[in-house]
Design a protein around this ligand. Structure first.
Ligand code: HEM
Length: 491
């Protein structure tokens, strides 16, 4: 029996997990996801000239693109993972977190970080234009304006950055303490979590201080490339993989296929991932040896990912039919298939031959949606579909709505991915045939219209989930204890 399945079946000490806080994190995550998706739909409308709010500057596409990406990464994914940590770490270690008060403080501090980033993005340029702000910045020798910063994924206003970094250190302290106090061998999930605490802190520090304060030109570009990709690879990936290694064995009621392979994945990630971020800036003036290094390490990461995929295929081997009935398991394994597709695509698109065609096209946007929504958000939905009944002590009110959520999301994101990948190829050919820029914009319209409908599908799936959650919350509490009642999931 694996550590995860063993921990899940042991009687738990009282008040081990602060379930209220887990619910808060999940609700915050779902709120930010709604804001992000509405922003995505707004942008998609603007790109096909159906903008319902043409005269409102604060709703312009430039602002809402940044809100869309920030709300999804720091609002949705980070909050969902923090809720997951609050549930998983105490259960795997049989130890409480360092301090309940600290957990609440982290929760509120994180809301300040996310909301002030959004406010900075919305009002940033207008603040910068104010004379008093310009004077104040000049007299205090502030390097930035008070609003958002012009660095992709690092838009958080400069005065929030030190607070966010201190917050990340507190997150590490809060969840590392139970891990340090735990007895016995450490399960692979905890390896990933510990690494994520350290890497996320370092990645945030690298991306939010170096390019802003001490580096210029291509050096700043190289570091910002590392930052963009390390956010996915060293923050989202270890938490996502750690979560999978915890929940999948519980759902399948058997240990992970190979513990050794899971450690190969861990060390492979640690060694190769930090080197590949410059692949975002191929064909730029960044020195070629760095670009080649990024290409080679990206291809190496494909092998690392393959070990993880093989391990999860090995784990479900013989039990494949379970995904028909077990919806959380289906979310996880669909995410796994999309993961394989994303990584296969990545191995192609990282080559200079492919880059010639797809650089700066919608191909990249399709890839980003497949990995962020098709993989990590799917895993998060699997985790929430599994945990909400346990957190609320109630059955899901409607299995049908759970199914609709799954199918609309899975088809929606797959259509969006295919559509944007194709759009990218067309755009690449338009540009390489040296037609006027406008021709590529007109040529993209059918793809952008399709993207809108795919986005609406994803959003409808989300609405099914929220409706289901609302009715579940209002339904009577189940009689048997939630954590031990296997019926409390749509399995
Ligand atoms: C309601 C559905 C959605 C729609 C209509 C939508 C639409 C868009 C649009 C129009 C862009 C800007 C593309 C450009 O600049 O050309 C974008 C970017 C992006 N979206 Fe979405 N989106 C949706 C949902 C999501 C979700 C759920 C996630 C993540 C979980 C996500 C992650 C991203 C990312 C990472 C980018 C940046 C892509 C890049 O820089 O290459 N989107 N989205």
């Amino acid at each position: 029996m694996s550590a995860a399945t063993e921990a899940a079946t042991q009687p738990l000490p009282e008040n081990l997990v602060n379930e209220k806080l887990v619910r808060w994190w999940f609700l915050a995550a779902l709120t930010y996801l709604a804001i992000s998706m509405l922003g995505g739909i707004l942008m998609a409308l603007q790109l096909i000239h159906w903008n319902p709010f043409t005269k409102i500057e604060l709703l312009s596409a430039g602002r809402w693109r940044m809100i869309h990406t920030n709300a999804v990464a720091y609002g949705f994914i980070a909050s969902a993972f923090l809720g997951m940590l609050e549930w998983t770490v105490p259960r795997l270690t049989m130890q409480r977190v360092l301090s309940d008060k600290l957990s609440y403080f982290i929760f509120f501090a994180w809301q300040v970080v996310v909301c002030s980033t959004a406010a900075g993005i919305i009002i940033g340029p207008s603040l910068q234009d104010q004379e008093w702000v310009a004077n104040l910045s000049a007299s205090l020798h502030l390097p930035m304006n008070l609003g958002a910063q012009g660095l992709e994924w690092g838009e958080t206003p400069f005065w929030i950055d030190p607070l966010a970094l201190a917050g990340l250190a507190l997150v590490g302290a809060n969840y590392m303490t139970p891990i340090a106090r735990a007895k016995g061998p450490m399960y692979v999930t905890l390896w990933y979590f510990m690494a994520a605490f350290v890497w996320t802190f370092l990645t945030y520090a690298m991306g939010n201080f170096l390019p802003e304060y001490s580096l210029q030109g291509t050096s700043a570009g190289a570091v910002s490339g590392l930052f963009i990709h390390d956010l996915v690879g060293l923050f989202v990936t270890p938490l996502g993989w750690g979560m999978m290694y915890y929940i999948v064995p519980i759902l399948l009621k058997k240990p992970i296929w190979s513990h050794g392979l899971s450690l190969v994945g861990f060390w492979g990630l640690a060694f190769f991932y930090p080197l590949q971020g410059i692949h975002h800036f191929l064909y730029t003036p960044i020195p070629m040896f760095l670009q080649y290094g990024a290409i080679i390490s990206t291809i190496a990461v494909e092998f690392v990912v393959a070990t993880v995929v093989i391990n999860f295929v090995g784990t479900i081997w013989g039990d494949g039919r379970k995904i028909v009935k077990d919806i959380p398991l289906r979310w996880f394994y669909t995410g796994m298939i999309f993961y394989f597709i994303t990584c296969f695509q990545c191995a192609l698109q990282v080559t200079l031959t492919f880059q010639k065609l797809i650089h700066f096209t919608d191909w990249v946007v399709g890839h980003a949606h497949l990995v962020m929504f098709g993989v990590f958000s799917m895993w998060i939905f699997g985790m929430m579909t599994y945990l909400f009944p346990r957190l609320l002590g109630r059955q899901w009110a409607s299995r049908r709505l759970c199914e609709w959520h799954y199918w609309l999301s899975a088809f929606g994101v797959f259509i969006m991915f295919l559509d944007l990948t194709l759009a990218g190829v067309f755009q690449g050919y338009y540009w390489s045939s040296l037609q006027p820029w406008d021709a590529s914009v007109y040529g993209s319209q059918p793809f952008w219209i399709t993207r809108l409908f795919a986005g609406l599908m994803i959003f409808s799936g989300y609405c099914c989930f929220i409706t289901n959650l609302y009715y579940t919350w209002r339904s009577p509490v189940a009689e048997t204890a939630p954590a031990t009642n296997p019926e409390l999931s749509p399995a």
